[in-house]
Design a binder for this molecule. Structure first.
Ligand code: AMP
Ligand code: MN
Ligand code: MN
Length: 323
């Protein structure tokens, strides 16, 4: 751990965010942003703005069309929009390293705050609030609002609820705890519309559904059916397509213990999503420079699709053997 990275509590995190010397605050999310990091940044950003802060929402990647319903989503900036940015405080949400936020890491800040629920952390920040038991960063933020007595309006609640349900699969995954449900119950009490949120998150373009048909035709197995995987070859890769949920198809097949989704985002760059029943796929992803949680993890392998598949399947088989 860096000597200057200090672990703090929720109230300290709240005081840091509202400190008068922190007038300009940037909130950064990880690349390939999901509902947890986007909802967390939007919810916190809306509150900080209401307290007179100048807030910059930074995402160094395309944001999926499914998130267009989130209040304030149009305010996210990409590096080309801000060039050289200097702020008083940079808060990194739902990511444990500066590498995870891509080019947003070039922003200059007097102070770095990191709020996350992942187990891996590079301890880059001056102050860190990390809770690996939280189902989502959005759950931590709800606790932050609660601990500090901050008001949650309907828009903020919509963002935080989206963050929570994204990462716990609408309360189906093993990371769901009584606290996850209490947070969601409190947010429902703020007047949000849960059906609107779940419908919006499910929405896909016709092209995304057509792509799913092609991808499922290539469903493959390894390790005598204990591993299932699907792939998007580079010729079919569409950065605008909503494909996050594709991993759910290989995942829920009888006999499958680990599922992988390979996406050739470049001719020599393959993004991998991993899911499992109880195999530690975060440990496998860390072996490729990635990370995540026990049952849901990811990494990017700088190899063409086929080589990336070979290496990852070998690593998953080795991990299954050790079980
Ligand atoms: P995904 O498969 O993209 O939905 O990611 C599953 C989990 O793994 C999420 O918690 C991600 O934050 C994490 N994750 C995905 N890719 C990476 C990566 N390259 N480095 C660290 N964590 C990752
Ligand atoms: Mn995330
Ligand atoms: Mn998360």
């Amino acid at each position: 751990m860096k000597a200057e990275c200090k672990k703090i509590g929720l109230k300290e995190a709240g005081a840091l965010l509202l400190a008068p010397e922190h007038r300009r605050i940037a909130l950064a999310v990880h690349t390939a942003p999901d509902g947890d990091c986007l909802g967390s940044a939007l919810g916190l950003g809306a509150f900080l703005q209401s307290r007179g802060k100048t807030v910059f929402l930074l995402a160094d990647d395309l944001i999926g069309a499914a998130y267009s319903f989130l209040p304030g989503i149009e305010n996210f900036l990409r590096l080309e929009d801000y060039g050289q940015l200097e702020v008083d405080l940079l808060c990194v949400l739902d990511a444990g390293s500066l590498e995870r936020i891509g080019k947003a890491a070039t922003v200059k800040a007097k102070c770095y705050l990191n709020i996350d629920h992942h187990g891996q952390n590079s301890y880059f920040a001056d102050r860190l609030y990390q809770d690996t038991k939280a189902a989502a960063t959005g759950e931590i933020l709800w606790e932050l609002f609660d601990a500090c007595g901050w008001d949650i309006d309907r828009d903020i609640a919509t963002c935080l609820y989206t963050a929570i349900v994204t990462d716990c699969g609408f309360f189906r995954y093993g990371n769901t705890t009584p606290k996850t449900m209490r947070a969601a119950a409190a947010l429902l009490g703020c007047g949000i519309d849960p059906a609107y949120i779940s419908d919006s998150l499910e929405m896909k373009t016709p092209d995304s559904v057509r792509l799913l048909a092609k991808v499922l035709a290539g469903l493959s197995f390894a390790a005598e059916g204990r591993i299932a995987y699907i792939s998007v070859p580079h010729e079919l890769y569409d950065p605008e397509a909503q494909t996050d949920s594709f991993i759910n198809y290989p995942r829920y097949i009888f006999g499958v213990e680990a599922a992988a989704y390979f996406k050739a985002v470049g001719p020599r760059t393959t993004r991998v999503s991993l899911r499992s029943r109880d195999l530690d796929v975060a440990a496998v992803a860390v072996g490729f420079g990635g990370g995540g949680h026990l049952r849901a993890a990811g990494c990017t392998i700088e190899e063409p699709l086929e080589q990336a598949q070979k290496k990852m399947l070998a690593a998953l088989e080795a991990a299954l053997k050790k079980k």
